[in-house]
Design a protein around this ligand. Sequence first.
Ligand code: GLN
Length: 470
Amino acid sequence: MSISRITTGLKNKSFSATEITRQALDFAGRENPKTNAWLLLAHESALASAARVDEQIAAGHDPGPLAGVTVAVKDVILTKGIRTTCGSKILGEFIPPYSATAIDRIEAAGGIILGKTNCDEFAMGSSNENSAFGPVRNPVALDRVPGGSSGGSAAAVAQNTAIVSLGSDTGGSVRQPASFCGVVGVTPTYGRVSRYGLVAYASSLDHIAPFARSVRDAATLLEVIAGRDPLDSTSAGAAVPNYAAHLDGNVRGLKLGVPVEYMKHATGETADLIHKAIRDLEDLGCEIREISLPATDYAVAAYYIIATAEASSNLARFDGARYGTRATESGTLGEMYRNTRGQGFGAEVKRRIMLGTYVLSHGYYDAYYVKAQKVRTLITRDFTRAFESVDAIVAPVSPFPAFKLGEKVNDPMEMYLSDIYTITGSLAGIPCMSVPCGNTSEGLPVGLQILCNHFQESKMFRLADAYEQR
Ligand code: GLN
């Protein structure tokens, strides 16, 4: 069901929020063994939220724009009283004492937090194979990965076990799994949504970001969670438009840029589907132009320096003293830190903490970290220049569709390269999204990426919706 069918059904008393929540919990519980998308279903609190919605309706109050809508939440987002693991053993049975602002806003809008979803440990990965709780399987093809790091949130929506979900995107973790699972995934402008309560991976790149089965539902969810939050000093004060109201299908005359640097490596069926999507956009009246984003080639390298540098600092808080589990049998304080981290963090997280510590260390800081920040500025300038002549950029999300479980786990470089088209938008902090644009001959979904200038989510949604409705 779509969000509007649910809110209308509640209004017409076709069903109650409690009924649909109960059904959703049962269905998600039954389906989960297939994919391992859910780490926890929050039976009690979900039913309590549903009861509140039903009471409001009975009392004649407006229950909110997400009334009765079930929401899956990536397990890197804090939920008060509900275990939050970040896909890591180091947090163990950590129960947050407060919720992320995005969660509070969803609940205030009548949304039902159904539970927490599996992900790569601390959102580090591209296939969901780095979770301490086992990989997620792609509901479209169970022998394949759902993408990462928000694989569980993408799979939950693709599997119909939640209406919408929240993921987090640092370098592509919402767009890439959306593309692999055939759903819509939206990375808003950096600062558009408060990061308060999102466990930090790389703070200057982290976003809370929605998944949905349609552009309209994603726009509705973003509108609820967006906007200034005094608890996050990087959250933006810009007014939040009524995104869904602007989905009027009018895209005639929009100028779309196709970056040569993205298309030159695109081959096979992914490239064919992207070319077809571009032709469809032309049929809708858009003007297509070739553009160049020359700094693209350096994006992956710059990202893995900046992201790991920030991660090495952010993850220092997991020391066994403050949160989650602590290694026993330690003599000194130093041993306790080492043992806790040694046992608690997985291999990829350790690799990134070491890399990040190295690039920040005296003697290497200028050679790596400062250089990477300069590249980041060049990438941002590429986009600024491009948006002087085009309204939006269209490109692939990933060079390939969902790959087989285990296919790339032993080659971190190959895995890192799978973010090649998503990382640039993240480094520039611009809004970008993935919208399904067809399936390969094997039935694997492919996503079209749409990127716009800062705070132009309305235009991005209008284009994506017109394309979806074509
Ligand atoms: N795959 C990228 C990484 O491993 C992006 C992750 C993300 O966006 N959280 O860092």
